[in-house]
Design a protein around this ligand. Structure first.
Ligand code: GLC
Length: 649
């Protein structure tokens, strides 16, 4: 039996889903992108090298990023080999010729893009003036190691042979370039339709607009779900920041509500998981209803909402150059309240944040209680974004000092104790236990027998990742995509670790990307572990939903991380996969099966963040300077732990 047949049978066993739709050649001949917007090109390798981290990201208004204020299109080229940590991308600048009275916006050097539509001026490409510094990997393999098997596969039920399929793909421009333009158009249209209005203004997007499924709470605006939509609106050329601003202010307003669950009042800073607009057509009145966890399955407050809110506020400021929003007293207060929740003194011996299961994107019990990497990475990201936006007035100075200390402690802890690669795995495998005193090597008294068998096979010689959770006598070795990508974007992961994470994705492409990008977690909990880890959750059966399911929304995170690490090919290949099916399948929320072949058992169709995630990924690949809206440079001031080096360093 061939590997492909075996895979198919495995998948068929794993997921009890409807057979995949017939594969038809439906790539339409739609015009490509506009000529001003040059796509990434791999044809002419060239590199301008700069020393690693030669500038610091101490402010959103820093000199490195100011340079990018006018970049709207990027000629992206990469060298074959470099010994430096960073690639410099040469950019073609598109400038809008200034009108006499246009000086205000042109002087404003901090915004990333200019809105050319209002002035109606012609956009002219100008030659290389600005540079985007992105991290490169040491050996710049850029996918040389991707196994052949990961190339696009035919759908077995159609009976198409790989050769014919490859031919079809080639004659359609290599897997969806044409399809891509049509899909972008469709995606924008659908995104617009999902807007939620309050008093005539767009304030967010529905989570999903599936006409065939019960709405449940998918007719609400989820804070975390809105982030890719917000980014898409900011990255669009010209940008559409209005909805983002309205969303930030509306959710801030909701934060001010008194939050009670039974007789207990939640912390002031808690941001809602979601909200909805109730319209009373008789009284012509609209009211807002918010959920802070009181209605959520499991009654867990969303720890990630506040962090995403701060991160999006920084993206908005970075894109528009409108600092007045972040500087408003109520916005400063909102940030402080969120941070106070996390920086208060307690019994902690770790700088990480102790969380209940289900407090983030994985909002059901999945054995991620404790110190999950997703929350720790978002916490770090939010701390660094807030650090740039908080004003040192009044109690601000003291808070900034606390933030600085926490940033240092948190990055040390994560980089040292969450990091796993071949060498580190071998160290843990040989750990002694029951060590006492501060000299202990096995600090958390992890019993080597608790290392699951799969990790030994999964761990490549080249590559590594931040594991899911670290706490006393417990290391959750599972891979979680969000935490790892956010660690790259926030520079919580060192440049070497970021490179190794992308190496791992390449080396384990079949497992982590498969047929539909991309796995939220790996591997799935099965049998006894599933019973204990999820509490017999029928929605989270193996290789489904949060338990090893594949979520198209995560494409934007992968794209951002791969561009930041100088590996845009990874993003492009993942996008190609998405373009083959996502629109045809009706933009589902998630896919099931070991390789993500089947539309998820309970997946909503027309899931907004699947649509927005695709748009953001595309816009970042087309114009890598968009990355700056959602990425932070490494902070050189933060002390680095000494790490053992494995093949991936
Ligand atoms: C599911 C997801 C959650 C998301 C929500 C709305 O509950 O687990 O992360 O925010 O749907 O899309």
């Amino acid at each position: 039996m061939s590997k492909m047949q075996r895979d198919f049978l495995n998948d068929a066993k794993e997921a009890e889903a409807a057979p995949p739709p017939a594969l038809t050649n439906s790539f339409s001949a739609v015009d490509g992108d506009c000529p001003e917007k040059k796509s990434l090109s791999d044809n002419e390798p060239k590199l301008v090298a700069s020393s690693p981290g030669s500038t610091e990201d101490s402010s959103i208004f820093d000199s490195t990023t100011d340079d990018l204020s006018e970049v709207t299109s990027v000629d992206f080229t990469i060298s074959e080999k470099s010994s430096t940590d960073f690639i410099v991308i040469e950019t073609s600048k598109c400038t809008v010729e200034p009108k006499e009275n246009d000086s205000e916006s042109l002087e404003d050097g901090e915004s990333i893009k200019k809105d050319s539509s209002e002035s109606g001026e012609i956009v002219k490409p100008e030659k290389v003036q600005k540079m985007v510094r992105l991290q490169s990997n040491e050996n710049m393999s850029d996918n040389v190691n991707l196994p052949k098997a990961m190339s696009l596969k035919p759908c077995p039920s159609v009976g198409t042979s790989l050769e014919i399929y490859d031919y079809v793909m080639r004659s359609n421009g290599g897997g969806g370039e044409n399809n891509g333009a049509a899909m972008m158009e469709e995606a924008w249209e659908r995104l617009k339709k999902s807007y939620v209005y309050f008093k005539g203004k767009p304030v967010g997007t529905f989570a999903a607009m599936d006409p065939m499924a019960e709405a449940l709470n998918y007719n609400q605006v989820f804070v975390r779900d809105f982030v890719p939509t917000g980014l898409a609106c900011l990255m669009r050329d010209p940008a559409e920041p209005e909805i983002v601003k309205n969303f930030l202010l509306k959710t801030l307003h909701l934060q001010g509500w008194e939050k009670r669950i039974d007789n207990f009042t939640l912390g002031e800073g808690v941001m809602p998981a979601s909200f909805k607009v109730l319209s009373n057509s008789h009284q012509q009145k609209e009211t807002l209803i918010a959920d802070f966890g009181g209605s959520a399955i499991g009654r867990v407050a969303p720890v990630d909402s506040g962090f995403w809110w701060i991160i999006l506020l920084r993206s908005y400021t970075k894109c528009t150059g409108d600092y007045t929003l972040a500087e408003r007293p109520e916005v400063q207060r909102g940030m402080k309240l969120i941070l106070n929740l996390c920086l208060s003194d307690g019994f902690d011996t770790f700088p990480t944040l102790l969380c209940a299961d289900g407090c983030s994107m994985i909002d059901r019990r999945m054995g991620i209680y404790g110190y999950p990497i997703e929350i720790q990475a978002l916490f770090y990201f939010a701390l660094r974004c807030a650090r740039q936006m908080l004003k040192p007035e009044r109690d601000g100075k003291e808070l900034i000092e606390r933030i600085d200390k926490r940033i240092t402690a948190l990055s040390y802890h994560i980089q040292k104790y969450y990091w796993l690669d071949f060498t580190q795995l071998n160290n843990i495998y040989r750990y002694k236990t029951e060590e006492y005193s501060h000299t202990a090597v096995n600090k958390f008294n992890v019993i080597p027998d608790s290392i699951p068998d799969w990790v030994f096979d999964f761990m490549p010689l080249r590559g590594g990742y931040l594991i899911g959770n670290v706490s006393p006598a417990r290391m959750d070795f599972r891979w979680f995509l969000v935490g790892n990508c956010i660690a790259i974007l926030s520079s919580l992961a060192t440049p070497a670790q970021a490179t190794a994470i992308m190496d791992l994705i390449e080396e384990r492409w079949e497992d982590l990307i498969g047929e539909m990008p991309l796995k939220i977690s790996y591997p799935a909990l099965e049998g006894h572990e599933w019973r204990i880890g999820t509490g017999y959750d029928p929605k989270n059966t193996r290789w489904s939903y949060h338990n090893g399911g594949s979520w198209p929304v995560l494409l934007w995170l992968l794209a951002a991380a791969s561009i930041k690490t100088g590996r845009p090919q990874i993003a492009k290949r993942a996008i190609e996969l998405v373009e083959q099916r996502l629109s045809k399948d009706g933009w589902p929320e998630y896919y099931d099966g070991k390789t993500g072949r089947y539309v998820g058992k309970q997946a909503r169709k027309y899931q907004t963040w699947s649509i927005a995630g695709y748009l953001v990924a595309k816009m970042m690949v087309e114009n890598p300077s968009n990355l700056l809206m959602i990425s932070l440079e490494e902070d050189k001031k933060i002390a680095k732990p000494k790490l053992t080096r494995s093949a991936s360093f």
